[in-house]
Design a protein around this ligand. Structure first.
Ligand SMILES: NC(=O)CC[C@H](N)C(=O)O
Length: 386
């Protein structure tokens, strides 16, 4: 039987093991290679696609209705989508939301990102869980001319994210000042109207909502490029140092981040706070090691236990590497662990206001349980000044 041209697949996702997922393409045309991860969040596809930590990764969404509220200028976590591509179950419908200014199809096209719809994302997610985050090639050709053998070969040719420093690709070119606050606060919190604490935020691929949360907690934020040295940081006379999230292999970025952090730790008593890649950078600087996870954590409902309080926080997560808790040296305390798999989610230097978490307290998207960490950072700077 001849398949009518209109029903022929126009896109294909090829896994390096040769598994093929056909579907209908949207967004840009062409081909891309990346690591594939699944994200289980039910909201926030625009924030996910623009999270710089997704550089080098194609994201498959387990939530089936992606694109249905369109896209808007406010929800971008950075200027352009950073994820390499997207895989969804249902083709996006016409946007239905008062904030939408664009269809996700046009948004992706304008930004050169390929997407595929009509994929059995449950089967794909099971494959990722079983075999680990695969290397993939994703192609979109409206004429349906898909050379799948070449696609599998391209997926096999991808060398992966291990050993790759992607922070330098997504960091800012120059330092800048940030003062925009959050638009809404979690229950029980109010914005600090006067910035009280000078914070240097080192940008390994920072999400805008992290910077907004810092500003909302009373920080006057100067953002510095990832390769900033200890001297660059200190030249701003900060009251505290923040280490951002970011893509790629922490061990690779650590080559230049660790000496900077060591300089701060060895020569000052400044409070230091890190999130995600920033957490991994701090752990490396303290002498611990990071490991690649099987399929990582990417979602907005991950339970994390705070060992100090015994409380469980529901958190937003996006990481494929983790700090190996077995390698934490004396004087470094494990403060948080994942209740999904027991992996490390937080550390603190004994007796010093220096700590970091693997999850995302800015929760963009996600629950707000961990927002207190921004306030804790502000309090540590206030205590030091007192
Ligand atoms: N969101 C992040 O900062 C991710 C950190 C690191 N690239 C990882 O995958 O583990």
């Amino acid at each position: 039987m001849t398949v009518p041209a209109s029903e022929r697949p126009t896109a294909c996702l090829a896994l390096a093991d040769g598994t093929l997922f056909y579907g209908m393409g949207f967004g840009a045309t062409g081909q891309t290679v990346a690591e594939l991860c699944f994200n289980t969040a039910m909201t926030g596809y625009q924030e996910i696609m623009t999270d710089p930590s997704y550089a080098g990764q194609v994201v498959t969404f387990t939530f089936p209705h992606i694109g249905n509220v369109g896209v808007n200028p406010q929800d971008d976590e950075t200027a352009d989508p950073v994820a390499a591509g997207m895989v969804v179950k249902w083709m996006p419908t016409e946007p239905s939301n008062w904030r939408a200014i664009q269809h996700i199809d046009d948004w992706l096209t304008a930004r050169g990102r390929i997407a595929i719809g009509g994929v059995d994302t449950r089967r794909l997610t099971r494959a990722i869980r079983q075999s680990g985050a695969p290397h993939v090639a994703l192609a979109h050709d409206p004429s349906g001319n898909l050379d799948v053998e070449a696609l599998v070969a391209a997926a096999r040719g991808f060398s992966g994210l291990e050993g790759v420093d992607l922070a330098k690709e997504v960091t800012c070119a120059q330092s800048y000042h940030w003062n925009e606050m959050r638009w809404a606060w979690p229950e029980g919190y109010t914005a600090q109207t006067e910035p009280k604490h000078k914070v240097v935020a080192v940008d390994y691929g920072a999400k805008r909502n992290i910077l907004r949360c810092l500003a909302s907690a009373g920080c006057d934020v100067t953002v510095l490029p990832a390769t900033a040295t200890y001297e660059d940081v200190l030249a701003h006379k900060p009251d505290g140092v923040f280490l951002s999230n970011g893509p790629g292999d922490p061990a690779a970025t650590g080559k230049y981040a660790v000496p900077m952090i060591r300089g701060v730790l060895d020569n000052t008593d400044l409070p230091v706070f890190g999130i995600c890649l920033g957490h991994q950078m701090l752990a490396l600087a303290l002498g611990a090691q990071t490991i690649k996870m099987n399929h990582g954590h990417h979602g907005a409902n991950h339970p994390v236990k705070d060992h100090d309080t015994g409380k469980v926080e529901i958190t937003s997560m996006n990481h494929g590497f983790a700090v190996d808790a077995q390698t934490l040296p004396d004087g470094v305390v494990e403060t948080h662990t994942s209740l999904f798999d027991g992996s490390n989610c937080g550390i603190r230097m004994d007796g010093r206001p220096v700590w970091s978490v693997q999850h995302h307290p800015e929760a963009s998207p996600g629950p707000q349980d961990s927002y207190y960490l921004f306030e804790r950072f502000a309090k540590a700077m206030a205590d030091r000044a007192a």
